[in-house]
Structure formats: structure tokens, C-alpha cells
Write a protein that binds this ligand. Structure first.
Ligand SMILES: [Zn+2]
Ligand SMILES: [Zn+2]
Length: 343
């Protein structure tokens, strides 16, 4: 089978031929029908976070191809997506389906599917357990694959501050990329809040408007003033920052209402001073959500099947993965790049 392998830190991923894995025990072999390319893949390629080589791809849809003798609850041909933040599989968090916050995360040399463990930018992927699979029914695989991260991550971030998103509240979404455009749709589907989208790119703001944002703002140095005005003068109740750079964190902190929630989703490596006093308003809560829980993935898939989520995708054959990565790097993709092995 073909697989897009990361040969070493800083080296370009290459498509190589590998033996198809054979599932043992409770493992499941999935034939990949779609694999999303994520901005964090660039970070994985460049930063050498994990031991190499391994196959990239942490947003995966496919069909069950074969299963080990101990795998239960699945049948060959089942259309599925793969829950990616695999943990140790044994700690209380993992057993409760919150593998994203595995208690042994620091001891593991990987962060999950396609993140130090072989991922789905390949013809097949080996999944450690059927509990990491969610049924997708007749959802288009190219739509379904990005739900596992670009959909699940904002869903989890929104669930963390759901109580704060009542009638008459305002939420600012900074960064309308793969995750941000789904965050806007999720906020519109799940909350009555006013949604303000912020980005530096005109086309991203146009996308936010198509996704249902009430207002789109250029990420100019005075953007926080516009957020304050639009929210009745006090600032946003919740700010979701999908970039996490110095500039966006500063904007996020200045846009936030006292007693508001600042949710940092993007791993842009920016600094935010948490001290008293600082640019953060009093009573602010700062959270650093990572990915999402297993039952949340099921909920995201249900929302997509009900028509509440529409992922902007650009399809590429698996063999064109290097081109898709170049386009992602250059910032010229329209929506999520999705690799299709059968294309
Ligand atoms: Zn990702
Ligand atoms: Zn664990």
C-alpha cells in the first residue's frame, strides 16, 4: 500500500510503498477513503515533534477492511471516521472516552493517529481499537474526515464554555481557517450568540459570512474596539482564538469582557501574560483545550448528518499530497485539503 511517510524532522514527506498491516487482537484495519490535511501537519513536519518515520494524517474516514479476533461492534465495509487523539488506553480519562486528556500523555512518545503513530494519508490505516471508530452512515468521506479534528476541536472548545453562550451574548472567532469556519457554523447551530469573525484575509471573512457569522472584522490593530462596540461596549463574552499568535492573543485579551472566557485553540506559540494586572480583564478565564472526546465526535458527526455543518474542501489525489502541502504552506487553499486515495 502507499503511505505518505515523514522520513525525519525537517525532511519532506514522501509517498512510499509499505506492507499492508494485519490487525491483531482488538485492532481494526481501515481502508482509507479520505484524509484531511491540517495546519498542524506543517508543525509536525517542521518541528520534529515525534520519533520518525511514521505516516502522516490525523483526520481520517474510511471503511472497515478487516479486524483482529477480539474486535467487536464493527463489520467489514462499515463506513467510519477515526477518533485521533489516542491515549494510553488504560487510564481513567482514556477509559471514560477522554483520551485527549490521557493522564499518561507526557509518557507517550506520540499524540495519536498520524502524530507519531501511523496515520491515514495512506491506502490503509491500522486502528488500535474499534472504540476509536465512529459510524458515519452515508456522509461523503471528504466531508466526514475533517470532522474528526477541524470539527471536533472547535466543538469541544465551545462545549467548555457553552454555559456562557446564552441569549444576548457575543462570541468572537479569531482565525477563519479549517477549524474557524466550522466553529462559526457550530456556534450558529448550538447557541443564540452573536458571532463576530476576525481574520486578516478577505476571502476568509467572506467564508465566515457564508458560514453564518453576523459580523466580519479585519484583524486590524483596533479590531478589539469594534468587538466592544458590537457587543454593547463591554466586550465579547467568549473569544475563541484559532491562531494563538502574539498578535491574536493580544487582540483576544483586549476584546474580552470582564468575567469572560478566552479559549486558546490555535498552537501559534504566542505569549499571553497571565498576571494581575494585565491586558486580561478581571475575572477572565483562560483555557487551552486540546482536540475532543470520543462521544463529542459522535455528536459532531450527527450534526453534519443533520445538515448543520458543511466543510469547505478541496480534493487532491493521495499522490498529489506534496502539492497540497505546498499549497497549505503558501496559504492558497480554499478550505480544507482532503486527500482521496481512490481519486
Ligand atoms: Zn489537526
Ligand atoms: Zn490514558
Amino acid at each position: 500500500m502507499r503511505a505518505l511517510r515523514l522520513p525525519g524532522p525537517g525532511l519532506a514527506p514522501t509517498l512510499v510503498e509499505l506492507d499492508r498491516p494485519v490487525p491483531r487482537g482488538g485492532e481494526v484495519l481501515v481502508r482509507v477513503t479520505a484524509a484531511g490535511l491540517c495546519h498542524s501537519d506543517l508543525h509536525v513536519i517542521d518541528a520534529g515533534l515525534f520519533r520518525t518515520p511514521f505516516t502522516l494524517g490525523h483526520e481520517v474516514a474510511g471503511r472497515v477492511a478487516a479486524a483482529g479476533p477480539d474486535a467487536t461492534g464493527i463489520a467489514p465495509g462499515d463506513p467510519v471516521v477515526v477518533y485521533g487523539p489516542w491515549g494510553c488506553g488504560r487510564c481513567p480519562r482514556c477509559l471514560a472516552g477522554r483520551d485527549n486528556y490521557c493522564d499518561r500523555r507526557a509518557e507517550l512518545s506520540w499524540a495519536g493517529l498520524g502524530l507519531g503513530r501511523d496515520g491515514g494519508m495512506a491506502d490503509h490505516v491500522l486502528v488500535p481499537s474499534a472504540r476509536y471508530l465512529a459510524a458515519i452512515g452515508d456522509l461523503d468521506p471528504a466531508q466526514a474526515a475533517p470532522l474528526t479534528d477541524a470539527g471536533l476541536t472547535p466543538y469541544h472548545a465551545i462545549q467548555q464554555c457553552r454555559a456562557a453562550l446564552r441569549d444576548g451574548t457575543t462570541v468572537a472567532v479569531i482565525g477563519i481557517g479549517g477549524l474557524g469556519h466550522l466553529a462559526v457554523q457550530l456556534l450558529r447551530a448550538l447557541t443564540p450568540s452573536q458571532v463576530i469573525a476576525v481574520d486578516v484575509r478577505d476571502e476568509a471573512l467572506a467564508l465566515a459570512a457564508r458560514c453564518g457569522a453576523h459580523m466580519s472584522l479585519h484583524a486590524a490593530p483596533d479590531a478589539h474596539r469594534h468587538v466592544r462596540t458590537a457587543s454593547g461596549g463591554h466586550g465579547a463574552d467568549v473569544v475563541l482564538d484559532f491562531a494563538g499568535t502574539d498578535a491574536t492573543l493580544e487582540m483576544a485579551a483586549r476584546s474580552l469582557r470582564a468575567d469572560g472566557d478566552l479559549v486558546i485553540v490555535g498552537s501559534g506559540g504566542g505569549h499571553l501574560a497571565v498576571r494581575k494586572p494585565s491586558t486580561l480583564p478581571s475575572g477572565a478565564r483562560v483555557s487551552l483545550p486540546f482536540w475532543g472526546a470520543r462521544d463529542e465526535l459522535t455528536e459532531v458527526v450527527a450534526l453534519a448528518r443533520a445538515g448543520a455543518l458543511r466543510v469547505e474542501v478541496e480534493r487532491f489525489p493521495l499522490a498529489a499530497a506534496p502539492k497540497a502541502i505546498d499549497r497549505l504552506r503558501a496559504g492558497t487553499l480554499q478550505g480544507r485539503a482532503v486527500l482521496i486515495p481512490d481519486l
